[in-house]
Design a protein around this ligand. Sequence first.
Ligand code: RIB
Ligand code: CA
Length: 313
Amino acid sequence: MKKIPIWFDCDPGVDDAAAILAALQLDALDIKGVSAVSGNVLLEHTYPNARDLIALGGRADIPVYKGADRPLRREPVTAAYVHGENGLGGAEIPPSAAPEQEKKAWDALYDAAVEAEGELILVAVGPLTNIGMALAKYGDLPRLIKKAVIMGGSATMGNTTPAAEFNVYVDPEAADMLFASGIPVVMCGLDVTLKAKVMPPEIDKLAEYGPQGKFLSRALQTSLAFTTSLGFDGVFLHDVCPVFYCVEPDMFTAELAGVRVETKGRYTAGKTVTDLYSDYQFDFKNTLVVLDVNREAFVDKFMGLMAKYGRQA
Ligand code: RIB
Ligand code: CA
């Protein structure tokens, strides 16, 4: 089977952790590199978290690169109130013993794109600052990236403001650089990720799946406390959606649209402006907006991948 070459950019983050651990069990993926960005918590946490999660998943051989410690043009905004001060819901994992990489994330991403000869798929599940840096530095990057499958944005509501989803809100300028770049985008926004939910019994079950499942179950308990305080009945695995889209797109429903990002609005900065529901249509269609997922198939796949850790323990 020809493996799918991907680059994984993240801001771990509890749902980033779920996405990393699931991705490491997907034989169809060839993870060329991982990069960390300031997002859910500052880079001083997201970078070691990314390293430690890759090691926890048994793939300390995958290089992890340090990215931007702040957005392109704004002050950092974090979400420790969701993910805990350490970004992993207070759950602890052993530190990675892998050697640290000197290369910056955007340089490593470009080099991997050159090496993949246009076949590299970018999976980005945090603020898009590293991608913005790479686009600013390397003018030929867009023709070297096959597509960008992101967790971010929304065709409707926001979760950080009424207009904006967190990843795009943190760095709207970087996000708009991606949507304007010519790289085909698959946008797994809140429209679909708020349906990609795990429930308390499933969170408890994870603890049976080796040290990886035990860690994730503990981390998700923190997320569950937050989401239930808002009246929800489960935890949204936002960042798992783009990973699963890469290997099983038929699990999802998506529509082609034009998307750009508002960067100036007092109330709308960070909004992904889509023409999906608009009479007025942009003169471009740059994005597949993912709108729905089969939740049962999603959760079955996720739990099945995590169960592999239990059999490997
Ligand atoms: O809005 C949800 C997104 O913001 C997820 O990627 C979460 O990890 C945070 O980065
Ligand atoms: Ca994330």
